[in-house]
Design a protein around this ligand. Sequence first.
Ligand code: AMP
Ligand code: MG
Length: 473
Amino acid sequence: MINFENTYSKLPDRFFERVLPTAAVAPTLMAFNEELAEELGIEHAPAGKLAKVFSGEEILDGSEPLAMAYCGHQFGHFNPSLGDGRAHLLGEVVSKSNERYDIQLKGSGRTKFSRGGDGLSWLGPVVREYIVSEAMHHLGVPTTRALCAVRTGAPVFREDELPGAIFTRVAKGHLRVGTFEYFSARSEEDLKTLADYAINRHDPDLNGQDHKYHKFFERVVKRKLSLVAKWMGLGFIHGVMNTDNTSIAGITIDYGPCAFMDKFNRNKVFSSIDRHGRYSYSNQGAIALWNMSVLANALFPLLLKESREGTEKAALRLQDDFKLYEKFYQNEYLKAMASKFGISSPVESDLKIINMFLDVLESDQLDFTNSFRGLNTLDHQNEEFKRLWRERLDEQGHSDEDVVKRMNNSNPYLIPRNHQVAKAIEESLEGNDDYFLSLVKAYKNPFVEDEKLKHLTLEPAPSELVHQTFCGT
Ligand code: AMP
Ligand code: MG
């Protein structure tokens, strides 16, 4: 049914724990992503079989389940022992387009990395990650994907007793900045093993090149910064940008307290645990750079060796690199935002236009997504903005039709709004997955206007507003 490969499990034993999933009691299928399964070459199977396989009740031949070791900086503080405390990597598959993907269960039981946790997930975070990660993919943002959601048939105890569920996550890879921190702290040999594995997997063209670790580092930095710029363009707040939630492959990973903004607010924070706004909307670029500095530290022994310079000189050179990375981010941000205004080759002065509009959104408490989608038809009160923007578009010289096309491809008609996700969770808790499945379907074409889906473009009513989101435990 699945042609598993297991490259990660060939690494030394200290990279993981071999452990079987244990959470399923009487698994039943909630959702299965047929299109993704097809792309991954996963064979069709009846719902009952899918529920068994994607809950870990049945381990297929060729699968070598394991929990990965990592650590990380959480809210700026180093935590030496994290790791997959509630996840099992079943193995890898090579897709039809010849890309390697991890298949991982989440909420599938305890591992040696569980610390005080139960290794489980209730249904809420599973529904949330399924909806939001698939929507992200269709919005054009690199991300982990959702293959399957299953009810375990067993309760999970949080403040209340809740139904347990398991989410199957598909990722280009699960290596995090925190994986590098973990092995860098152990030995240079382990660090090198990990870096070579990562390069073979994500950047094999670097093999045999001079300064390959530095080039790898630079690739990771650029992937991450481009990713965050895309988040910014969509009003997405990740919510928990800890280094253990920061992918080496440049994908969005770990959908815990994440959310898309309704009304625009530069300092918006959703996560209940982010008391000081560290991971607020407008801080995300700076935090991504901070996370990359943690990666630079972890990789430093390898960077130093290949630089053939003294420690001080190598460190100074890295510091200079960071000035360039900051510029790189600003440029990625500018590109992401300018295209929302139909500007194809942005220059720095376009920031004035961008900021003028964002100021209006913020002061008038307007909806981010709908205001951008309606930008060309909006009756702008701000004359100076109107004039500057018009001048800029005239200078660009594209037809209005081209401009509108560019705008409509950058400004989605639909995003997964919090109140919609909350309603899907509520209904699935009652045993009815129709609304959940209807949202997954609706968000497949987020840039296409569709009268039948107009209700999903509406801002939340005051009674529907979601003020806080929670980590998915
Ligand atoms: P997260 O905030 O989801 O990225 O999780 C941070 C760390 O806590 C990771 O090491 C997780 O594996 C672990 N963790 C989160 N929830 C649980 C749980 N219910 N049981 C065991 N470990 C958990
Ligand atoms: Mg995590």
